[in-house]
Write a protein that binds this ligand. Sequence first.
Ligand code: NAD
Length: 330
Amino acid sequence: MTVAARILVTGSAGRVGSKLVRRLLDAGREVTGFDLRPAGIEHPAYRDVLGGFDDRAAASDAVSGAEAILHLGAFMSWLPADGDRLFRANVEGTRVLLEEAARVKPRRLVFASSGEVYPETVPDYLPLDEDHPLKPRSPYGLTKLLGEELVRFFERVSVVPATILRFSHTQDAAELLDPESVFSGPRFFLHPKIRQQESFGNMAAVAVLKQADDGREALVLSRNEAGRPFQMHITDTRDMVDGILLALDHEAAAGRTYNLGATEPADFAAALPGMAELTGLPLKTIDLPGSGVFYRTSNARIRTELGYEPRWTFDRMIEEAAQVRAKRTS
Ligand code: NAD
């Protein structure tokens, strides 16, 4: 198969999309980015289309000339107030984009779904594989499942082979030790975690977290109410980009659905003491109300079928995060 030369990347200003665009340009491919925000990329082979995915004129402009479409853009929010925006961006936006795509008949479509379609936090069994029942619990997870259905519908009707990638939680390594990071801040740092739980209205969690707060920033080793430390996959953006490129170019990926993420989950009990040492912050072990987060997702299918091999272990990501933090705080 000859590889597609002209690629549309949606979500091109985002964490994953922006790095993917650079990798494609480095490989000599022509790229159109489509996002609400500019990607800030100056390159002769790059074109930015600004707009919402549900804006038909913008979507039509974005898909023109595309030989492959990597639909990575989405709105991520777990706030009840964001429900309308979530469905407009992720469901209506995907529908409009794919209708426009059907007119240009790309050779390949890749869609960024999420492990929240299972969801990972309430698994029927572990490790989670692609055959696990799909029973999302969050509106965000539901929009991703509806997105998968729209993609398979588009594939059947337009006869464009599509690959669905169910993304693991994904971070730039530098985010892991940054209290300002939208995900890692509340995951690992006490004060952002208190603010996040307040915004969700989880007042029982807020009370427990505040008990541990002596006014000084601290790292948090989160455990559930029975004292089981959290465990989840946290994958480096660079490894995600490798997987997306395989889905784009590998013949065997056509029509397939894959979990995409790190091979081993991050074990918070093992990782947090080292993170506290590297940052010099105190470590608070906190048992949060509820069953907590504890899962393992199998990436065996994509490793076996496409030869995917993630390179960034959690320890390696933390090493890089510590270097970036040292520069930021010096
Ligand atoms: P990101 O938030 O950094 O980037 C998403 C981009 O989409 C942003 O630049 C945003 O401006 C754009 N966007 C949002 N709504 C839009 C709309 N209506 N029209 C046009 N552009 C819009 O996200 P990311 O971390 O790069 O994630 C990429 C994809 O992976 C998303 O589909 C996300 O749902 C999925 N995903 C991410 C994670 C994660 O942990 N980061 C986990 C599972 C799945």
